[in-house]
Design a protein around this ligand. Structure first.
Ligand code: HEC
Length: 146
């Protein structure tokens, strides 16, 4: 019985400290919430990219999506050095304002009225992080296993 009481006292003490900690509103946050972690943002961006962009821009952003051949202007290659030098803010603007709003071909749709800015930011973060496919792994026919 005594042991149970001691445990109960310890639990109350622990709960008290958690609550006290929670009251420190001015305290600086000691950690990032998982939604703020860059990898999480990139993964969100990838899901959105596959849904809204892949059929024009292609799986690796090379501008070779299945719909690209129907377009009057080919989508650019996200792996090009020129594109790599764009700031994240400029990329966000292109996505939000589309081709027409950013002095490009209007075949690039504007997403600013349909997607929240959080999604547009994550899309920009993702397309700036795309790496070329690992061709060695892609053409691996398993010969080296034999
Ligand atoms: C209907 C086809 C289509 C879809 C869907 C589309 N795009 Fe585009 N996008 C284009 C075309 C075409 C261009 C090239 C415009 C130009 O160069 O004048 C372009 C250009 C861009 C550029 C500028 C590239 C550069 O080299 O400067 C970015 C960034 C971009 N698109 C992002 C996206 C994102 C992100 C999505 C999905 C949310 C998306 N696009 C969906 C057709 C599309």
């Amino acid at each position: 019985m005594k042991i149970i009481l001691i445990w109960a006292a310890m639990l109350l003490f622990a709960a008290g400290s958690v609550l006290a900690g929670g009251n420190g509103a001015q305290q600086e946050k000691p950690y990032l919430s998982f939604k703020e972690i860059p990898e999480f943002r990139i993964q969100r961006g990838e899901v959105l990219y596959k849904r809204y962009c892949l059929f024009c821009h292609g799986e690796y952003g090379a501008g070779d999506g299945m719909n690209a051949y129907t377009l009057p202007t080919k989508p650019g290659n996200f792996l090009d050095d020129d594109f790599r030098q764009e700031t994240t803010q400029a990329v966000q603007e292109i996505i939000a304002e589309g081709g027409e709003g950013s002095g490009r071909d209007k075949a690039m749709p504007a997403f600013g009225n349909t997607l929240p800015s959080k999604n547009i930011n994550d899309l920009a973060t993702y397309i700036q992080s795309i790496k070329p496919p690992d061709t060695a792994a892609d053409t691996d026919d398993g010969d080296d296993l034999l």
